[in-house]
Each structure stands twice: as structure tokens, then as C-alpha cells.
Design a protein around this ligand. Structure first.
Ligand code: FES
Length: 69
């Protein structure tokens, strides 16, 4: 997942992925360009959509990084 990349590469994003990908936070929220959003192979499941509702600056191309494969 995108969260795995952030962790594996030690990218310093303070607080990113606080729940370690268990869909219990929205700290891994990312806003994608429309073309990138459209290319993702997986669509958000209901649990992701529920958590995205809590994200700051939610947009039509928002996803949770821990759910992007
Ligand atoms: Fe918590 Fe993605 S890391 S929902």
C-alpha cells in the first residue's frame, strides 16, 4: 500500500498512518489528481468511505493511503 511505501522509505510524515492501516483513523488521507484516482485498481470499500468522512479537506479524489494498492 501507499502507507507501506511511506513506512519502508522512512518518509518523515508526522502522524501519518497512526492506526497502521486498520481503518481506524484518517491520518493517511491523500488527495490524488483525477487521472491518478481513476487509474487505481481498487475502489474504496464502505469502511474506507466512512473513515474518509472524518478527513480534513475531503475531496472527490480523496483516498486513504493504507488502502491504495
Ligand atoms: Fe489509519 Fe489508514 S492508517 S486509516
Amino acid at each position: 500500500t501507499l502507507l507501506d511505501v511511506v513506512v519502508d522509505k522512512n518518509i518523515p510524515l508526522d502522524g501519518y498512518g497512526a492506526c497502521e492501516g486498520t481503518l481506524a483513523c484518517s491520518t493517511c488521507h491523500v488527495i490524488l489528481k483525477q487521472e491518478d484516482f481513476d487509474r487505481l485498481p481498487n475502489k474504496p470499500v464502505d469502511e474506507e468511505l466512512d473513515m474518509l468522512d472524518l478527513a480534513v479537506d475531503l475531496s472527490d479524489t480523496s483516498r486513504l493511503g493504507c488502502q491504495i494498492t
